[in-house]
Design a protein around this ligand. Structure first.
Ligand SMILES: C[S@@+](CC[C@H](N)C(=O)[O-])C[C@H]1O[C@@H](n2cnc3c(N)ncnc32)[C@H](O)[C@@H]1O
Length: 286
């Protein structure tokens, strides 16, 4: 951040203080702030100049057209992650499973709940399948924010959020054990994947403010995914896992391909690019 707050961010700060939309601010250049509002504006701009992300200052962020509360305990949702929502919703609507079959969708490392809540929103008109949606995170504070966001976006009856390490809540029968019918599972994950080197070179906005536990992973950024694959191999004997859809950093593609081969030798993963043309998602069909 140079020593000036960009105009678009100044407008968002003003809109937040006035409790109006950015469009309203743009349409009313004559607006004058009260002394109290002016003090608030200066305070917010100072925080921003100190590299604090705007989403933390304003306390919310838009993702997939929905509004999400964010706090320093949760990663700020990134636009490239919307691709997981698109792909998962497509899979639920058009996948190889039969109509009427029960499908469990598990979002591992749910953070603010942005992925699973957006999936619930995308498929709100029903698909002919019985669906059960879960979000898991190791951070109790993130789980609290995810539950708040679920209410905010009218999906609190559709999603259960649980604290746990990766898929352990399922392995320990804390969730999903009540399903006696045959059921299939889709696993989605945007787990921490920054290597030591990339984390060290991250912008101060990221490194000084977003939780390291949401960003950094050992073993060149692939430790969390390796642990997830080990758990999937065990769960695969209990559930039919239709797809595992994971987000990664573009330069990890060769190493991630190797890791997938190590755990799922018969699988040919599909890789997808994001809108910026960078490798971003892997789809593993076991
Ligand atoms: C990259 S953030 C993703 C947050 C959100 N899903 C998104 O897409 O914006 C990763 C999340 O994984 C959580 N996490 C880290 N280690 C975990 C683990 N072993 N099991 C479950 N969640 C974990 C972090 O707390 C964080 O919320």
């Amino acid at each position: 951040m140079k020593n000036i707050v960009p105009l678009s961010e100044k407008q968002l700060i003003l809109a937040h203080i006035l409790k109006k939309s950015r469009e309203y601010v743009l349409a009313h250049p004559e607006i004058r702030l009260t002394k109290k509002q002016e003090e608030k504006r200066k305070k917010y701009e100072k925080r921003r100049l100190n590299h604090e992300p705007l989403a933390y200052i304003l306390g919310h962020k838009e993702f997939y057209g929905l509004d999400f509360k964010v706090t320093p305990d949760t990663l700020i949702p990134r636009p490239e992650t919307e691709l997981i929502v698109e792909l998962t919703a497509w899979n639920i609507k058009h996948g190889t499973h039969s109509k009427g079959e029960r499908i469990i969708v598990v979002d591992v490392g749910t953070g603010s709940g942005n992925i699973i809540i957006s999936i619930a929103h995308n498929i709100k008109h029903g698909t002919g399948n019985k669906l059960k949606l879960y979000g898991i995170d190791t951070s109790a504070k993130a789980i609290q924010v995810a539950r708040f966001n679920s209410k905010l976006n009218n999906s609190e009856n559709k999603i259960e959020f649980v604290k746990g390490n990766l898929l352990e809540p399922i392995m320990k029968n804390e969730i999903c054990s009540m399903f006696h019918d045959p059921c299939s599972m889709i696993i989605v994950a945007n787990l921490p994947y920054l290597s030591q080197k990339i984390y060290a070179s991250a912008m101060p906005d990221v490194k000084n403010f977003e939780p390291k536990s949401a960003l950094f992973s050992k073993k060149d950024g692939l430790d969390h995914y390796e642990e997830l694959f080990k758990q999937i191999k065990i769960l695969d004997t209990r559930y039919q896992i239709l797809n595992t859809i994971i987000e990664f950093s573009p330069e990890q593609k060769p190493a991630l391909s190797k890791l997938i081969k190590k755990y799922f030798s018969a699988v040919k993963p599909k890789f997808k690019k994001d809108l910026a043309g960078k490798w971003r998602l892997a789809v593993i069909t076991t």
